[in-house]
Every structure is written in structure tokens, then in C-alpha cells.
Design a protein around this ligand. Structure first.
Ligand code: GUN
Length: 274
């Protein structure tokens, strides 16, 4: 699915370039978190596949907030750059909120800026956050109707859980968001027709917490001590009860990247007057 979307986006990128609209993505990474390095490499690789300019700004972990903000100011004014992505998490001492707030909302391809977050809540937006957008594509492309369904999200992060709840709500799902203080989690997850899990805990949701025939989307990616990559859902027990389930790796991850490319093309169009 992600390969097909990227192929379609490549055609779109070619058309934009023929009109003199040049999409360009700046990827900022601070410090040397190994998982962030993998994600950033995957994002740059996708840009390359689509023929989109990507510029990496790899800064040392000791970078000061002033230096990082100065870089964002520079990228905000750079006409070659249509989208700016600051890979999270940032090293300790750097205020993520302050950094995100500094990105021009028109270049905010992650849709993390409060202006874009607000637009998502209202339901009128240019940029949809990449992971929830990827989940929505997976559901739509699989021919699964959301309207009237019990949608349960496990995890309430700003990156996944909260925006995910809005996107499902806009499609007329009945949405419940669970978190660490939820009482009797299993009782809630068992109700789900569509279960989205984004808690960052390896194999946290097991088959016995899932209703027969549910659609299960696993946003988690965790590395076990034996180096194996697993999701937040115990795949082996969950696949026995689910009617559809995403694998880890190779499920939501590639869709997130495809949606980032979509947002980057959108940003090139939005910024073309600049
Ligand atoms: N860290 C984990 N997910 C994301 C994401 O979607 N975007 C950025 N910038 N950082 C992340």
C-alpha cells in the first residue's frame, strides 16, 4: 500500500516540478538516538525515491536552544525548503514545545504546531499528522467503514493518540481513548470494532483483550533485549481473533513515511507564493 501511494506521489511530484514548484524537506535531528537515526534515514530515502530535495541538519546533543531556534528561523525563510521536520524526542534541556512553536505552520509537515493541531480539531486542515493519517489510509484502503463503529485508541500522545481520536471522530466513529489510568482496560478494548494501539510497551495488548473480528492497528515499535522488533500488540495471539491486523515492522511505519511525503508535496503547493 505504501509503495503504491509513493508511486502516485512521485507522479505528483514530477508534475509539480514541471510547473516550477520544487518540494524540499528539511530534516533536523539533534543528538544520536539510534531509533531517531533509523527514522530520519528512512525519511530521506523516501524523498530520494520521489525525487524530492531533502536536506539533513544533524546537530550534536549539546546544541543550545538558541542555536536550534536560529536554524528553524533560517529554514522558515529558505525558499528551497517547503517542509521542516524536527525529529522527536529532543535531548534533555531542549524545550520541544518551544521548538515546535517556532516552525512556520505552513511548513509544519508533522502537523505538530498548535495552529495545525487546532485545525485538526476543527476538521479543516492542510496537514494531517503522519502516523494517524497513515492509519486512516490503511483502514480506508482495506474497505473498512468507520461510521458508527466502536473505535478504541490505547495511548493519548500528542503525536498519535489525540490526533487519531479526532480523525476517527470526523469519520463518525464512536471514539474512546484509553491511557495508564483507565480502569479495566480489557473491558474497554474488548468493545472495539477498530482498535488502535500506541502505548510504546512491547506486546502490551494480547488476543484475549480483543473482540472476535476486530480490526487491530499496531502503531508501536519496540526493540526487545534479544534485538527483535515487536509492536504494542502480541501478534501471535491477536491475529487469531482479529479480522485484520497490521504487522510490526512493515505495517504502520511505511505508511507514516508515505504520509510525510504527501504533506511535503502539500507544503510545496501551500508555500509556492513565498
Ligand atoms: N518521533 C516519533 N514519531 C515522530 C514523527 O512522526 N515526527 C517526528 N518529527 N518525530 C517523531
Amino acid at each position: 500500500m505504501s509503495a503504491r501511494i509513493k508511486a502516485e506521489l512521485k507522479e505528483e511530484a514530477d508534475k509539480l516540478k514541471a510547473q516550477g514548484i520544487m518540494p524540499g524537506l528539511a530534516v533536523v535531528i539533534v543528538g544520536d538516538d539510534p531509533a531517531s537515526r533509523v527514522y530520519v534515514n528512512n525519511k530521506k530515502k523516501a524523498c530520494c525515491e520521489l525525487g524530492i530535495l531533502s536536506e539533513e541538519y544533524a546537530l550534536p546533543a549539546e546544541t543550545s536552544e538558541e542555536e536550534l531556534l536560529a536554524l528553524i528561523d533560517k529554514l522558515n525563510c529558505d525558499n528551497k525548503i517547503s517542509g521542516i521536520l524536527v525529529q522527536l524526542p529532543l535531548p534533555k534541556g531542549l524545550d520541544e514545545e518551544k521548538v515546535i512553536n517556532r516552525i512556520n505552520p505552513k511548513k509544519d509537515v508533522d502537523a505538530f504546531h498548535p495552529v495545525n493541531v487546532g485545525k485538526i480539531m476543527i476538521g479543516n486542515y492542510d496537514f494531517v499528522p503522519c502516523t494517524p493519517a497513515g492509519v486512516m489510509e490503511l483502514i480506508a484502503e482495506s474497505g473498512i467503514d468507520i461510521s458508527g463503529k466502536e473505535c478504541v485508541i490505547v495511548g493519548r500522545s500528542n503525536i498519535v493518540g489525540k490526533p487519531m481520536s479526532m480523525l476517527l471522530l470526523h469519520k463518525n466513529g464512536t471514539v474512546t481513548v484509553c491511557h495508564s489510568k483507565t480502569r479495566d482496560l480489557k473491558e474497554v478494548t474488548k468493545r472495539a470494532d477498530i482498535l488502535v494501539v500506541a502505548v510504546g510497551r512491547p506486546e502490551f495488548i494480547t488476543g484475549e483483550m480483543i473482540k472476535e473480528g476486530a480490526v487491530v492497528i499496531d502503531v508501536g515499535i519496540n526493540r526487545l533485549e534479544n534485538k527483535k522488533l515487536v509492536g504494542d500488540v502480541e501478534f501471535e495471539s491477536a491475529e487469531k481473533v482479529a479480522s485484520a491486523i497490521t504487522p510490526v515492522p512493515g505495517g504502520v511505519g511505511p505508511m507514516t513515511i508515505a504520509m510525510l511525503m504527501k504533506n511535503t508535496l502539500k507544503a510545496a503547493i501551500v508555500n509556492k507564493e513565498n
